[in-house]
Design a protein around this ligand. Structure first.
Ligand code: ATP
Length: 242
């Protein structure tokens, strides 16, 4: 890695009770890169993301952020938007950071995620895709250096998903934020990732780290993406004997 990583995680061991879930996993995120994390269900992707987010400190290993970075430099987006139902959209974006909902940055972020005019709406008035846009705006509000996303688009329909993927790639570039994206969707992993890290089952650690050297903005129909996709599928097949 040429530049110092913004996030450097080494999990020597992560257990739930007697069960070893992660063993000797090293994950380094370079400034501005997008890393997709894939692997069979239950192999420990969400666990690894929670550890990287500082949400689970019960492990043996080390989490290092770039010099000067603190917890506010790491944002998290989960599969479900986790909005406060009694707060407006703008309040949801600004609240956790202790800012007023009329904060110019909150309004600008909402416009950026395509929700201008919805600032005063309540979460129940939003579609699933719109709610996830709010969650992304909220995560970006503190201007984090790293954004960790755990299956952020798995609950929305295919068309919305594509729009959200494009939005995320765009936001990552404009905000120069580093992304770690946990996903089950190999097309998504390859479309968005500069690298696709494949996590093995039974605490076997990272079984492959595949570079996706395709220029951005990317076109879903690009043959080079299809080649990268085949490569990831081969690795998954071999790793999990699919
Ligand atoms: N809080 C917990 N207590 C006990 N076991 C847990 C806990 N959280 C996760 N596990 C177990 O740890 C293993 C890894 O779970 P994790 O959710 O990290 O996998 P995953 O790869 O994200 O799975 P999926 O792709 O299905 O979301 C699983 O066997 C799971 O049952």
């Amino acid at each position: 890695m040429s530049a110092d990583p913004v996030l450097d995680l080494h999990v020597q061991a992560k257990r739930f009770g007697a069960r070893l879930v992660l063993s000797d996993v090293r994950l380094q995120l370079a400034p501005g890169e997008i890393v997709s994390l894939v692997g069979a269900s239950g192999c420990g992707k969400s666990t690894l993301l929670r550890v990287a987010a500082g949400l689970d400190a019960d492990y043996v290993g080390r989490l290092t952020l770039a010099p000067g970075a603190g917890p506010r430099d790491v944002g998290v987006v989960f599969q479900e938007p986790r909005l406060f139902p009694w707060l407006t959209v703008a309040q949801n974006v600004a609240f956790a950071a202790g800012a007023p909902p009329e904060d110019a940055r909150a309004l600008a972020l909402l416009a950026e995620v395509g929700l201008a005019g919805q600032e005063q709406a309540l979460p129940k008035q939003l579609s699933g895709g719109q709610a996830q846009r709010v969650a992304i705006a909220r995560a970006l509000f503190t201007a984090p250096r790293v954004l960790l996303l755990d299956e952020p688009f798995s609950a929305v329909d295919a068309f919305t998903r594509m729009k959200l993927q494009d939005l995320l790639a765009d936001l990552a570039r404009r905000h120069a934020v580093t992304l770690l994206l946990v996903t089950h969707d190999i097309d998504e992993a390859v479309l968005l990732g500069d690298r696709v890290v494949v996590l093995g089952t039974q605490a076997r650690g990272v079984v492959d780290d595949i570079a996706v050297a395709v220029r951005r903005p990317r076109d879903r129909r690009d043959a080079a993406l299809a080649t990268a996709r085949s490569r990831v599928l081969d690795v998954l097949r071999e790793a999990h004997a699919l």
